[in-house]
Write a protein that binds this ligand. Sequence first.
Ligand SMILES: [Zn+2]
Length: 127
Amino acid sequence: MLSGRGGGRLERMSDLPPDLPRLRTLEQWHTMWLTRIRTAILAAEQQEATAAAEKARREQQRPPAPEWVVQLGIGVGAPPVAVHMGGCAIVGKRHKGVAQEQALQLLAAGTAACHLCRPDTELGFLG
Ligand SMILES: [Zn+2]
């Protein structure tokens, strides 16, 4: 039966065995791998979707502006000038968002508290 197919075709497929049992074994082997790969792809896709949803959820929860902002001065090392609440109207262009702990540390170190947004009151800082 094989002889009737002609040698050329078999030569082109020389990486595959010509007999049915081995072809079936290969088919099973690759089907198994395909199943494993597809399962892994599904798992990876779900993980990605979960991570994306989690990221979107966190970003929604995140306040639009940092809670505390340090106004920075001009000069070497951009020294802190004043501590503000996030979103304060008079912060100016040179500033950076900081954590509450850092805002407290700056106030304790003598950095001025903004007289408009009163971060010291909000932080319960009594000087
Ligand atoms: Zn302010």
